[in-house]
Design a protein around this ligand. Structure first.
Ligand code: MN3
Length: 244
């Protein structure tokens, strides 16, 4: 049965606003409302560090192109789609919970904006090392050891064929690792079991972009070296926020 977009958009207006941990950029756009435009507008977070400050793990030129070109294009495209499709979700969370009903342009570009905002926050200069406290305990509890966790996450990042993302999610108190294709993410209500579709659902705690644009300038075909060096810039304080 096909629900009309107009109806589902109307129903979604009634949805409850739920903030996802670690994602304070999920906000109702009061500016858009005031202007009578579509309710939700996606935007880029301001990078909490400079383009060159994740060197040498991630080079400055890759960061600059990734943020100012790739993600900026996702913002432009998703907001165009929101206007064209008359989407009136109030939150990004509701938008993704109804992703299966969105146009490809809205879904892919909305995912593109959100995933990158989350990815930027999950990194910091001089990050990495081994986390401590609750996040360390939660990882140990779910994966046996921190080394096992790193191995499994790296494996998910390496086995994602083509473009996509590796994720650590909190699924009702249980930590899980998986990957998604393209700009899909674990907040999306995507049907499971389809080729290229992840069955991973939950609140994202950590994400790694494994699209070639994320590493090709510095690492070319060596995704394994990119993943290995990315561990040095993981912002564990930010990851830990997702547990609350
Ligand atoms: Mn990317």
């Amino acid at each position: 049965m096909k629900t009309s977009r107009r109806k589902f958009v109307k129903d979604a207006m009634k949805a409850t606003v739920v903030a996802t941990a670690g994602t304070s950029f999920i906000l109702r756009s009061t500016e858009a409302l005031a202007e009578g435009k579509s309710v939700l507008q996606f935007s880029q977070i301001k990078l909490p560090y400079t383009y060159n400050s994740l060197e040498p793990s991630i080079d400055a030129l890759t960061m600059e192109i990734h943020y100012s070109k790739h993600q900026a294009a996702y913002v432009k495209n998703v907001n165009e789609a929101i206007a064209a499709d008359k989407i009136t979700f109030e939150t990004e969370k509701d938008f993704f919970a109804n992703a299966s009903k969105l146009s490809a342009k809205a879904k892919n570009n909305g995912g593109g904006v959100w995933n990158h905002n989350f990815f930027w926050l999950g990194m910091k200069p001089n990050g990495g090392s081994t986390p401590t406290g609750k996040i360390y305990d939660a990882i140990n509890g779910s994966f046996g050891s921190f080394e096992n966790f790193k191995e499994q996450f790296t494996d998910a990042a390496m086995k994602r064929f083509g473009s996509g993302w590796a994720w650590l999610v909190n699924d009702a108190g249980k930590l899980k690792i998986g990957s998604t294709a393209n700009q899909d993410n674990p907040l999306m209500d995507l049907p499971t079991g389809q080729a290229g579709t992840s069955e991973l659902k939950g609140t994202p705690l950590l994400a790694l972009d494994v699209w070639e644009h994320a590493y090709y300038l510095k690492y070319q075909n060596k995704r394994n070296e990119y993943v290995a060096n990315w561990w040095n810039v993981v912002n564990w304080d930010e990851v830990a926020k997702g547990l609350k």
